[in-house]
Design a protein around this ligand. Structure first.
Ligand code: CP3
Length: 344
């Protein structure tokens, strides 16, 4: 591959001496400069919808740490909002949305191609970033995968066991499938517009994939991911896609082949030797440092970082956390992780 962008080389399947590095939630509350910009925006959603400020917070961790990729600053719940759901954030608690309990709630949603009306500021953020990022740093666009987005739309909030979404899919499978299909179509529209605006790779976050079992995993995690990837690749044949079926355990095996993903992001629970044999066998993997190390640091962080680089050294790998960095993380530990990866 002719690009100098380490991340894109890994996504194309190249094994590198040291892996490219970025972090999930790398723009966030553990950074004082993020908190300052967020205060300027007012609330979190205003930050997401103000292109100059969203671009600024995307750039902050690149300037401070020199990551090999930037991830667009936005949220997976902007898609439900663009489909017509009410969305707000309760400080200290998390997101709240209007719920989907019955056919009438679903029927009130907008069609998939109406999402651009709400989401166009996000595309503006992508355009600013394509101009302002250093030439060696690609921008990753993203969206939630349909199942994970549906769990929030049905329950109206985050839930520990995704109970309301499971109940709706079991009681009204036809209605639930229509919801999944609407989110799938909206996500293709959204990611395609991000790519048109300049995103060089995209990632699908299926944070709650692990609560789906058997045929449900196929129907609601694997199939929608596959549908999104094939539609995107039809429109943008060279776009690399990262899939993150978090906590999918043994279903990580074969996920890249079944969905067409170029890279699969590994959570922190997945045994590394198993992942080398069953996932990296099929292509690039990303992960999987436990986010807690960014809070505790020290020799344990160094040892674990080296062990991850070592484990995945034989194939294409992107160094990352197994989930998002938390607000109590210490930026010094992020710098230590970077230095350790680069010298591993
Ligand atoms: O990774 C990045 O830096 C890009 C931006 C990004 C955010 N959210 C910003 C954000 C990304 C990729 C997400 C994904 C996201 N959002 C997911 C999937 C990944 C995961 O973490 O499992 C989910 C489930 C959401 C929904 C969401 N957004 C929740 C549950 C919360 C509240 C929890 C919390 O940490 O407060 C958010 C808010 C949110 N999204 C914040 C950020 C930086 C914190 C907002 C703040 O500044 O208060």
């Amino acid at each position: 591959m002719s690009t100098s962008k380490k991340l894109l080389r890994a996504l194309a399947g190249e094994t590198q001496a040291t892996p490219p590095v970025w972090m999930m939630r790398q723009a966030g509350r553990y950074l004082p400069e993020y908190k300052a910009t967020r205060a300027k925006a007012g609330d979190f959603l205003s930050l997401c919808y103000t292109p100059d400020l969203a671009a600024e917070v995307t750039l902050q961790p690149i300037r401070r740490f020199g990551f090999d990729a930037a991830i667009l600053f936005a949220d997976i719940l902007l898609v439900p909002q663009a489909l017509g759901a009410e969305l707000w954030f309760v400080t200290g608690e998390g997101p709240r949305l209007s719920t989907i309990d019955e056919a009438a709630d679903f029927d009130a949603l907008k069609p998939a191609d109406a999402v651009h009306e709400t989401l166009s500021p996000v595309y503006e953020t992508v355009k600013i970033l394509s101009r302002e990022l250093p030439p060696e740093v690609p921008l990753i666009g993203f969206a939630g995968a349909p199942w994970t987005v549906a769990t929030y739309m049905v329950a109206g909030r985050g839930t520990p066991d995704q109970g309301p979404a499971h109940a709706l899919k079991d009681a009204q499978p036809e209605l639930f499938s229509r919801l999944i299909d609407r989110i799938t179509a909206a996500t293709v529209e959204y990611l395609s517009a991000q790519i048109d605006a300049g995103a060089e790779a995209v990632k699908l976050f299926d944070s709650w994939a692990g609560s789906l079992k058997g045929a449900d995993f196929d129907r609601y995690a694997l199939e929608p991911t596959k549908a999104i990837i094939s539609a995107l690749k039809e429109r943008h044949p060279t776009i690399p896609v990262i899939a993150f079926p978090r906590q999918a355990k043994e279903r990580y095996d074969g996920f890249a082949k079944a969905t067409g993903a170029d890279c699969v992001a590994l959570d922190s629970d997945l045994p590394r030797d198993w992942a080398v044999e069953h996932v990296q066998r099929d292509g690039c993997v990303q992960g999987n440092l436990a986010p807690g190390h960014m809070v505790t640091g020290g020799q344990a962080l160094i040892d674990e970082t080296r062990a991850i680089v070592e484990a995945f050294r034989g194939g294409p790998h992107i160094f990352n956390l197994g989930h998002g960095i938390t607000p109590d993380a210490d930026p010094e530990n992020v710098a230590l992780m970077m230095e350790t990866v680069r010298n591993a």
